[in-house]
Write a protein that binds this ligand. Structure first.
Ligand code: FMN
Length: 340
């Protein structure tokens, strides 16, 4: 984990062929560490951090990550160009691979601060922010957005957004293929209720072939990823990657022609042990780590017992790695399944 002296991340610009979406409270350093064990190549995103929190809050804590997580993008929420520029500089200093601006979050809380999806209605403001970030960092600056917001949902308005923001220097757009409805729907409903319009994202790629267009929203299988990759430059998965992380072991073979880094769920979890111990040693509660590994044995014999053991025991005071070992013993290793 990086606390004091961030390393220089000198790697090449990461591939965005497959990425895991930024998700508040979900894509924490602990989930990301697991994700990286399962795929060497998936591009990872942090949770969104607002420019205000980063500048005026506990900067070290918000930017904390393990170099093992690279390639890793920092997602920012904000619209003040000076603040965005400052945060982009921090992203580079701390070794992130990319800085991404959130123009997709529909929560009321962020709307009031001109953060997130409401910015789809202010393309000039987004362009100004992107230009400021570009001037402040050599990192790639990308934008994650919706295809519109209520009241501003025409194709022409989407094009205006893309044209203004790309003219400011953003070459990569990650499009959540539904509009956001800014009044009346919760953030959760806004991820399910407005219909997905994948064809709009495909059309963006056709209209702006020089831009990198990544598609997001409702993608669940590797097969669906392959379909989308026929029309776009990359796919971003959120909820499915979190709930069913074993899917990530297919990413390196399917999209990069490389071997999967692990072949058993047990080995994947054991590979996390030193990291878990390190986190426990610095005072992190076990349950804050284990809540992000619940999906690892999804659908496997003993998977439910694994999850139950963790839910019932990881939150007890003083719980340590032994609780994870006990939970792991509830799921049979693949060889054992074959033998019985
Ligand atoms: C719990 C949760 C938190 C999220 N937090 C963020 C966030 O911080 N920033 C962001 O751009 N999108 C956020 N999203 C939206 C996802 O990045 C993604 O766009 C959305 O879930 C659609 O993709 P999916 O259908 O593959 O999950 C969040 C989604 C979930 C489920």
């Amino acid at each position: 984990m990086i606390d004091q002296t961030p390393p220089k991340n000198t790697g090449p610009e990461p591939s965005r062929r497959f990425s895991i979406a930024p998700m508040m409270d979900w894509t924490t350093p602990h989930f990301r560490y697991l994700a990286r064990i399962l795929s060497r190549r998936a591009l990872l995103y942090t949770e969104m951090v607002t420019t205000g929190a980063l500048i005026h809050g506990d900067t070290q804590r918000f930017l904390r990550h393990d170099p093992a997580e690279y390639p890793l993008a920092l997602q920012l929420g904000g619209s003040n160009p000076d603040e965005l520029a400052k945060c982009a500089t921090l992203a580079e200093e701390y070794g992130f691979s990319e800085v991404n601006l959130n123009v997709g979050c529909p929560s009321d809380r962020v709307q009031n601060n001109m953060i997130g999806a409401c910015l789809m209605g202010h393309p000039d403001k987004v362009a100004e922010g992107v230009a400021a970030m570009k001037a402040a960092t050599n990192l790639p600056v990308t934008v994650k957005h919706r295809i519109g917001i209520n009241g501003r949902e025409s194709w022409e308005e989407l094009c205006e957004f893309i044209e203004k923001v790309s003219a400011a220097g953003c070459n990569t757009f990650i499009a959540h293929a539904r509009i956001a409805i800014l009044e009346g729907l919760s953030p959760k409903e806004n991820r399910d209720i407005p219909p997905l319009k994948y064809d709009w994202v495909y059309r963006l790629k056709q209209t702006y072939p020089e831009l990198e267009i990544i598609i997001n929203g409702g993608i669940k299988t590797i097969e669906e990823c392959h379909d989308h990759l026929r029309h776009t430059d990359g796919v971003m998965l959120g909820r499915e990657a979190y709930h069913n992380p074993w899917l990530l072991t297919e990413v390196d073979p399917e999209f990069f022609g490389e071997e999967a880094p692990v072949t058993s769920r047990h080995d994947a979890l054991r590979a996390m042990f030193p990291f878990i111990q390190k986190e426990l040693d610095r005072g992190v509660y076990l349950t804050h780590i284990t809540r992000h590994i619940m999906g690892l044995f999804l659908g496997m014999p003993g998977g439910r017992q694994f999850r139950r053991h963790l839910s019932e025991n990881a939150n007890k005071p003083g719980s340590g790695l032994e609780v994870v070992e006990q939970a792991l013993a509830k799921v049979r290793e693949p060889e054992a399944v074959l033998e019985n």
